[in-house]
Every structure is written in structure tokens, then in C-alpha cells.
Design a protein around this ligand. Structure first.
Ligand SMILES: [Fe+2]
Length: 371
């Protein structure tokens, strides 16, 4: 990829480069297109763009959390939190060994293991699962999980499939080498369940049908090909960073679907240059709506978010660090972040489901107020 040298226009006080050397006392906001890849203007505000005193109406930042957020069966409509025409985000709590198979005919399913361990049985064999795993299950694959208890975040690529991002200048082995992707194996554990009668529940057009067999349809003797269940754990992700420049969230892209991306914030060093921003810059990423699921650690740009929570920052609203987190980033910068979070940035606005509304913390909209 090459591009012409182009020139930006400017007016008034501004820094020479994005995300560093901010005019004294100013707050930088990026107004960008195409999710950090398109045209962008940086504005240097006198006050934080998140310093609203109130928001009336349905557009506001939202936080979902609490007991019962992880409940219900896999891909169950009642466990859906946010949906749009190309993506459905839900939780699931699998308490015990599933006795039926599930097949999602509506699109690929991405599972993220928030807690617990288990064993996945699918068309291609078995796969051990542990906390922090992402598992991509292609559309149409049959699967079930054996576990003593797992909490899962599920992201359906409705009508489409997941791919890996183009790593561009970083080269194909950056962030994670595709060699770390794990695929299922036909092993003794898989063969030993060939004869069990198992029903297959198929989700098609968001409705369930059940196929019954006198045997287990997971009875492959072997396979070859490249349409497979694959797994990667966040611990195998090697995030890129710069000591002088706060890299945008897009640098942490893990999976891409045609209308949304999934990014992983994994522990990394914090910028050390004295004038570089050390928390995410305020931004109005106006072509995308942002969901972040907080998996573990202390969330360095937030000061009131617990692991197991999900936030929504809709289009039409600038977002950025909480006041205490921003202040702390300048006064007592830490050497490293220890947060692990999953971001789902979608082009299509999200609709809130009842399950999300039931678990919403209404105070989130006011959580940027300084004391
Ligand atoms: Fe964002």
C-alpha cells in the first residue's frame, strides 16, 4: 500500500502531531472517519469533551454489569445484550456438560471465555478451553461444551464470517503469529462419544429447530481443509505499542467481520515520553459504535468499571478517559497496563435488549463528572 503525500489544514492552537505535545491545559479530541483509518481532525479543547452536565434522550453512554449478566444457554435470545443487523452480542453461562449439540446457521460465532475451563466437542474433534480463550466457530459447525462451569461472551457475525486483520507494515507475524492458532483434534476423547445419541439444536433465522439422530453426528474419522474452529488466547497476543505515541485501538484488532471488528486490549507498557498521551485520547469515532467487555485487571482509562462489565459508547457522543484516570496518568503514570478487555466496534448502531436494560447502571452517564 502506498499513498501520496498529503497536507492537513489547521487553525488556532494545536499540537504538531496527534496525541503528544498538547497545547498546555488542552484536551485533545479526534474526530475521525472509518474507525481510525480515514480522515481525522484533532481539536484542542479547553475542557474535556466528556464534561456534559446531563444528557436527555436515548443516546448516552451505558454500562451493563452485575449478578445475572452471565446467564442462560448459548445463543439464547434471552441472553442477548446488544444486537444490530450484522452482529449479536450475548452472554452465556454453561453450568454442566451439554447433552445436545448446537449449530448456528445464522453466521460465525465467536466465543470468549470470561471464566472457567471446559472441553469443546465439534465436527473437527476436541479442543480444551480455558479462561481468556477466543474460539471462532464457523457458521454451520456443530458443537457442545463439557464443563463444571463457564461464563462466555458470544459475538455472532450475522450473515458473515470472521477473518484476520491485515497487519500492514507490521508484517504477518505481528500481534500474534498465525502459528499460535489452535485447531481441534480427532482424539480418543472424540472417538469415545461417537455412538451417543445426541440432538442437534439449529439456530436459523434466529429461530430454533431440533434435529434428532440415533447416533452422534460428531463421528468424523478425520478431516482436511481450512474451514475450521480455531482458538487463540489473549496471552498469545503481543500488543504493539510506542513509547512516544498512543497507538489507536485499531492497532489491537484481533478479528474482522465485514461490518465490525474485535480488538483485544492486553497488558502492555505505558508510553514513557513525557509529552505523549498515556490514556486513550478523547474521540468521536463517528462511523462506529463501541462496545467494550472488561475481562480482568484494572482498566487504566476508567475509574468505575469492574471485570465482567460491558460498556456502550454510541455514535453521536465523544468518549474518553474518566477524570481520575486522566489525572493519574499524568501524575503517577504506571509502567504497564494490566487490563484485558475485548472491544467490538460496529458500523451498525446497536439496539439494547431487555437483558442489557435489566443490568444497566444508570449512573454511568454521570461518571465523567469531576468531584
Ligand atoms: Fe472508542
Amino acid at each position: 500500500m502506498r499513498k501520496d503525500i498529503n497536507f492537513v489544514k489547521s487553525s488556532g492552537q494545536h499540537s504538531r502531531q496527534a496525541h503528544r505535545d498538547l497545547p498546555e491545559g488542552s484536551f485533545e479530541r479526534e474526530m475521525g472517519r472509518e474507525g481510525f483509518f480515514g480522515a481525522a481532525t484533532h481539536l484542542y479543547h479547553r475542557r474535556p469533551p466528556t464534561s456534559w452536565t446531563n444528557i436527555e434522550g436515548p443516546m448516552k453512554p451505558r454500562l451493563f454489569h452485575g449478578e445475572g449478566l452471565f446467564s442462560g444457554e448459548l445463543l439464547n435470545a434471552e441472553s442477548e445484550l446488544l444486537v444490530n443487523s450484522t452482529c449479536r452480542v450475548a452472554t452465556a453461562s454453561v453450568h454442566t456438560d451439554m447433552t445436545h449439540l448446537v449449530r448456528n446457521a445464522d453466521g460465525d460465532t465467536l466465543l470468549f471465555v470470561h471464566s472457567g475451563e471446559g472441553l469443546l466437542f465439534c465436527d473437527f474433534g476436541t479442543l480444551d478451553l480455558t479462561s481468556g480463550d477466543y474460539i471462532v466457530i464457523p457458521r454451520g459447525v456443530m458443537f457442545r461444551i463439557e464443563t463444571a462451569g463457564m461464563k462466555l461472551l458470544t459475538v455472532e457475525a450475522t450473515g458473515s464470517h470472521y477473518q484476520l486483520p491485515d497487519k500492514g507494515m507490521l508484517g504477518p507475524h505481528a500481534i500474534f503469529d498465525p502459528a499460535v492458532l489452535v485447531t481441534p483434534e480427532i482424539d480418543e476423547r472424540f472417538k469415545s462419544q461417537h455412538d451417543n445419541a445426541v440432538d442437534v439444536r439449529v439456530k436459523s433465522r434466529q429461530q430454533w429447530s431440533t434435529m434428532s439422530y440415533p447416533h452422534n453426528p460428531l463421528d468424523a474419522l478425520g478431516w482436511k481443509g481450512d474451514n475450521l474452529v480455531v482458538k487463540v488466547n489473549w496471552r498469545d497476543i503481543c500488543p504493539v505499542m510506542s513509547h512516544r505515541y498512543h497507538v489507536p485501538p485499531s492497532a489491537h484488532t484481533t478479528f474482522v467481520a465485514p461490518r465490525f471488528v474485535v480488538c483485544t486490549f492486553a497488558p502492555r507498557l505505558i508510553e514513557t515520553d513525557p509529552t505523549a498521551l498515556k490514556v486513550p485520547f478523547y474521540h468521536s469515532n463517528d462511523d462506529f459504535e463501541e462496545l467494550i467487555f472488561y475481562h480482568q485487571g484494572e482498566f487504566f482509562s476508567r475509574d468505575n468499571v469492574e471485570p465482567g462489565s460491558l460498556t456502550l459508547h454510541p455514535m453521536g457522543l465523544p468518549h474518553g478517559p474518566h477524570p481520575k484516570a486522566l489525572e493519574k496518568s499524568w501524575k503517577e503514570p504506571k509502567a504497564m497496563t494490566d487490563e484485558v478487555a475485548v472491544m467490538i466496534d460496529a458500523r451498525d448502531p446497536w439496539d439494547l435488549c431487555d437483558h442489557a436494560i435489566k443490568h444497566e447502571w444508570s449512573g454511568y452517564v454521570h461518571s465523567w463528572k469531576s468531584e
